[in-house]
Write a protein that binds this ligand. Structure first.
Ligand SMILES: NC(=O)c1ccc[n+]([C@@H]2O[C@H](COP(=O)([O-])OP(=O)(O)OC[C@H]3O[C@@H](n4cnc5c(N)ncnc54)[C@H](OP(=O)(O)O)[C@@H]3O)[C@@H](O)[C@H]2O)c1
Length: 294
């Protein structure tokens, strides 16, 4: 119904977070009616044309049904890796379709696949497979590696240390991913060219971690730097930090996925869908505090 002044009601999950919050603000600016769904209603943003719904976590089918009632479209921002992320996502999608949602936009991860190097990319692929088999109209947005992530991996001395070697990745800003999602959602007629699509959202250039971290240093004016280590060195250091095996594997495999080069392809999705060039890392609008990822 785009262009007729009326939009389908979009339920945005993850709206307390960095990506969902940016999407909600963009849709509000476009006059799209929204249900903002969260686990803590008080932390949801207050925006024009929105209703705050919850508390509702993905695993709670009844709470999700109540929160999503009245929506036509569900934006499912992937939850944190819990070991049961597929089940949580499936519960949320099933709750949505039970109350009449007929379109889903899922935020997946670049490189999602059954044999992905990055541990967290493997269960994103499981959710993608669930959606493909569900029969619901859907679009998968595979977000590239966040431009902000190296900043959150830095230690207190602003050093990013890990086995990323000199591999490259096309780091992308949250703002550009939100802009792509908004473009997909604003194409809200009965059919859309994005139905069934898998959109790989990347930044404009493939950078080594050294180059990406140098751009963070330039943007923040602070002396961030990258130091490559071997997987063995990374394991020992993280084990001594008291991390679990699962956390260590996720952390190390994130770097190894970059080292392997499989995340370095630059796509045209941002310019094609938003009409603007993708932002460089140095242009990102925010930086998480060092150590946040741990
Ligand atoms: N592409 C990348 O490089 C990259 C990097 C890191 C993470 N990610 C993925 O992208 C997602 C969004 O990124 P972000 O930067 O916006 O993260 P974020 O700021 O941590 O926000 C995550 C959002 O998801 C919500 N959430 C998490 N688990 C949930 C659950 N089980 N049920 C209901 N809501 C849940 C959180 O709600 P609460 O406020 O209640 O916790 C929060 O609103 C992350 O959750 C993660 O899956 C991607």
């Amino acid at each position: 119904m785009a262009g007729q002044g009326a939009h389908a009601t979009v339920a945005v999950t993850g709206a307390t977070g960095a990506l969902g919050g940016r999407l909600a603000r963009r849709l509000a600016e476009q006059g799209v009616p929204q249900l903002l769904v969260g686990r803590d209603v008080d932390r949801l943003p207050e925006l024009p044309g929105t209703e705050r719904r919850g508390p509702a976590g993905y695993a709670d089918a009844a709470a999700m049904r109540a929160a999503l009632d009245g929506a036509s479209t569900l934006v499912l921002v992937s939850g944190r890796p819990t070991g049961r992320r597929l089940e949580e996502h499936a519960t949320a999608v099933e709750a949505a379709t039970e109350v009449g949602v007929d379109r889903v936009l899922y935020v997946s991860l670049l490189g999602a696949g059954p044999e992905a190097t990055y541990r967290n990319a493997r269960d994103h692929w499981l959710t993608e497979q669930f959606l493909a088999g569900s029969g619901v109209r859907h679009t998968v947005v595979r977000a590239g590696i966040y431009a902000s992530t190296p900043a959150s991996l830095a230690d207190d001395a602003l050093t990013v240390r890990g086995p990323g070697g000199s591999g490259r990745a096309a780091f992308v800003t949250h703002e550009d991913i939100a802009a792509v999602m908004a473009a997909v959602l604003l194409d809200d007629g009965p059919v859309s060219e994005h139905d069934g699509a898998v959109l790989e959202v990347t930044g404009p250039e493939a950078l080594t971690l050294s180059e990406a971290v140098a751009q963070i240093a330039e943007s923040t004016g602070r002396p961030y730097r990258y130091v490559a280590e071997t997987p063995e060195e990374a394991f020992v250091r993280r084990w001594r930090m008291g991390l679990s095996g699962e956390q260590i594997e996720a952390w190390i495999s994130w770097y190894l996925a970059i080292a392997g080069g499989g995340l370095s392809t630059v796509t045209d999705v941002v310019p094609r869908l938003t009409g603007s060039p993708a932002a460089r890392v140095v242009e990102a609008d925010w930086w998480p505090a060092p150590g946040r990822a741990s």
